[in-house]
Design a protein around this ligand. Structure first.
Ligand code: GTP
Ligand code: SPV
Ligand code: MN
Length: 596
């Protein structure tokens, strides 16, 4: 036993009585224990060692074919009252859901081992950190949690012997039946139940389940925010670093932006970029009145496809040791990994993500993918060449700007700034983006995804917007400035117009200049835009005219975005009834008036 905390001990006893494992193992976080688990997972075939010379400490795992992404239609927020879950979440009463789940967990670990994982979300010793305990029957989950969070004894030290403020997470793979798969949150009970999945976002309960769904609910009650945001620092040649947060939906570029390599024009002047987080930010007002952020995670669960030495060398280097790869393809000659977009040489002697041995180039030529589009790496943050020196700072970092963004082929311009915090909250609330492979279901369909939190807000989204407005009141003139970006506008042939990736820094520089009052702006119906010549294009093969084009605001398509039947902003807002803050309605009316 790693703790004397009676609340923890009582809950684990309860879970043991329910799941009836043959054995219980407490994860202390020691290298010896984790190494033994790695060997055990290899011996059972659950995981595989990769080439230990080329990829030291790296392992490979394949999920079940029907279990490769988050399952939003099987994800529930079980608050006592339905209206507290709101129109964007699936809901059942806690009583009904417990009635459904408890029999499914009864004896589910018979003959198996239950692993008890204590973990801290956030740096040990930070007032902003919170503790969770996950019990699971999967070594893969233990090893991923070890990379993604701070596990072991230190987490119980963070919790203390008396506290009851820990999130209870129960996970069982059961038989991976997707008809009986449930990802369930009980915000009022501080607990999460996951069953019949082995895929990251469904089973690493510290991540989306705790650090966003449960934490967003806690944040509302306790006066802070849990957001689907990266955190990055930009250091100028004088050595001063400014931090920004950015909320983009899943697979829309957070990891890439968080680790960007400054283009030559900035690098040669001495600018540097530092990664604090790539997916989740916990934000709290500091004693100085400003908004401060920590990254509750300790690693990156990143999308593999598209990651290469040109698009994101920092991510690639981060995955060179101690990393778990899931659902990528194997090069059988070298026992290394491959995915679409890594390089132009798919392995001839390959194993595709489902496990079939294939000729890579031929397989791809026939229209198949070697790696699953949502294949992922789980890599320790400390491996990242540009990890921020502030990564473990218990105070977090002060935030100058908040950036929203999505995947929009048209409508949204490259960048615009909101008029103020209230308008910025509105800008976040009307976000829309094309769906991606990060969640099960159709890809490329535009849907509303407010603040990139549609699948992750643990309570009524109307109350969530009100919480944003309240935070803005509290922060007053110390509030970060709010912006919106879109790297994904396409031309008539469907090609991305903006070069993206490292060149996104050119847009970030305008954003920081605006925060410091150093750049001009043009007022448009949707907000402030840069003068086209204020986006630095030195070293790019695009012209100011292209920037002009990327910044164009087509009033008709904006009006259509508002009024479109079924998918428009008005239709979306209507779902919230009187939970929609009056301010949001006012903002929408004002936007319509400006567009008219
Ligand atoms: P989650 O981990 O699911 O939350 O995703 P994410 O938001 O971290 O997205 P990520 O950075 O992994 O990028 C997802 C996909 O978008 C990858 O295939 C990238 O290559 C692509 N991508 C990222 N940034 C850009 C960009 O600036 N332009 C273009 N065209 N594609 C990008
Ligand atoms: C996302 O889908 O936003 C992810 C991956 O970051 S998962 O952990 O599966 O949610
Ligand atoms: Mn994410």
């Amino acid at each position: 036993m790693l703790t004397n905390n009676k609340n923890v001990l009582a809950w684990v006893d309860e879970m043991v009585a329910l799941c009836k494992p043959a054995k219980v193992v407490w994860i202390d976080g020691s290298d010896e224990q984790l190494q033994a688990l790695r060997e055990e997972a290899v011996s059972t075939g659950e995981m595989m060692w990769l080439n230990q010379e080329k990829l030291p400490g790296c392992m490979y795992h394949r999920t079940a074919v029907n279990d490769v992404a988050r399952v939003e239609d099987r994800t529930f927020i079980c608050s006592t009252k339905k209206e507290d879950a709101g129109p964007t979440n699936n809901w059942k009463s806690p009583q009904e859901m417990h009635g459904l789940l408890t029999p499914m967990y009864y004896g589910v670990m018979e003959g198996k081992t239950m692993y008890v994982i204590p973990y801290s979300m956030g740096p040990i010793g930070s007032k902003m950190s919170k503790v969770g305990v996950e019990v699971t029957d999967s070594i893969y989950v233990v090893l991923n949690m070890d990379i993604m969070t701070r596990v072991g004894k230190r987490a119980f030290e963070q919790l203390g012997d008396e506290s009851n403020d820990f999130v209870r997470g129960l996970h069982a793979k059961a038989d991976l039946d997707d008809k009986k798969r449930y990802i369930v949150h009980f915000p009022e009970e501080n607990s999460i139940c996951s069953i019949n999945s082995g895929y990251g976002g469904n089973v690493l309960l510290g991540k989306k389940c705790f650090a966003l769904r449960i934490a967003s609910y806690q944040g509302k009650n306790e006066g802070w925010m849990a957001e689907h945001m990266l955190i990055l620092g930009i250091e100028n040649p004088q050595g001063e670093t400014k931090y920004v947060c950015a909320a983009f939906p899943s697979a829309c570029g957070k990891t890439n932006l968080a680790m960007l390599i400054p283009p030559e024009v900035y690098a040669k002047q001495g600018y540097k970029v530092w990664t604090v987080g790539d997916d989740i930010a916990w934000l709290r007002q500091g004693d100085d009145g400003r908004l401060w952020a920590i990254n509750p995670e300790n690693g990156f669960f990143g999308v593999a496809p598209g990651t290469n030495l040109k698009s994101n060398p920092n991510a690639l280097h981060t995955t060179e040791k101690g990393t778990i790869f899931t659902n990528v393809a194997l090069n059988n000659d070298t026992n290394t990994v491959w995915w679409e977009g890594l390089d132009k040489n798919p392995p001839v002697n390959a194993t595709e993500w489902k496990g079939a041995k294939v000729n890579g180039p031929e397989y791809i030529a026939a229209g198949n993918k070697l790696a699953h589009p949502n294949s992922r790496f789980t890599a320790p943050a400390k491996n990242c060449p540009c990890v921020s020196p502030e990564f473990d700072n218990p105070q977090g970092v002060p935030i100058s700007a908040i950036i929203f963004g999505g995947r929009r082929a048209k409508t949204a311009p490259l960048v615009y700034q909101s008029f103020d915090w209230k308008h910025g909250t509105f800008v976040g609330s009307i976000m829309a983006s094309e769906t991606t492979a990060a969640a099960a279901g159709a890809v490329g369909v535009v849907r509303r995804d407010p603040m990139a939190m549609l699948p992750f807000c643990g309570y009524n989204m109307g109350d969530y917007w009100q919480h944003w407005l309240d935070m803005g009141e509290k922060l007053g003139d110390k509030a970060p400035k709010i912006f919106n970006v879109n790297w994904f506008r396409t031309d008539d042939e469907g090609h991305f117009i903006w070069p993206g990736f490292g060149d996104n820094m050119r847009v970030l520089m305008w954003i920081l200049d605006r925060c410091e009052g150093k750049a001009d702006a043009v007022e448009t119906p949707i907000g402030y835009e840069p003068k086209p010549e204020d986006i630095n294009i030195e070293g790019l093969d695009i012209t100011v005219d292209t920037i002009k084009d990327l910044l164009s605001v087509d009033k008709e398509s904006w009006m259509d975005d508002i009024t479109h039947e079924g998918t428009g902003i008005e239709a979306f807002y209507a779902k919230f009834g009187d939970k929609l803050p009056c301010e949001m309605r006012k903002q929408l009316d004002a936007l319509k008036a400006r567009l008219a």
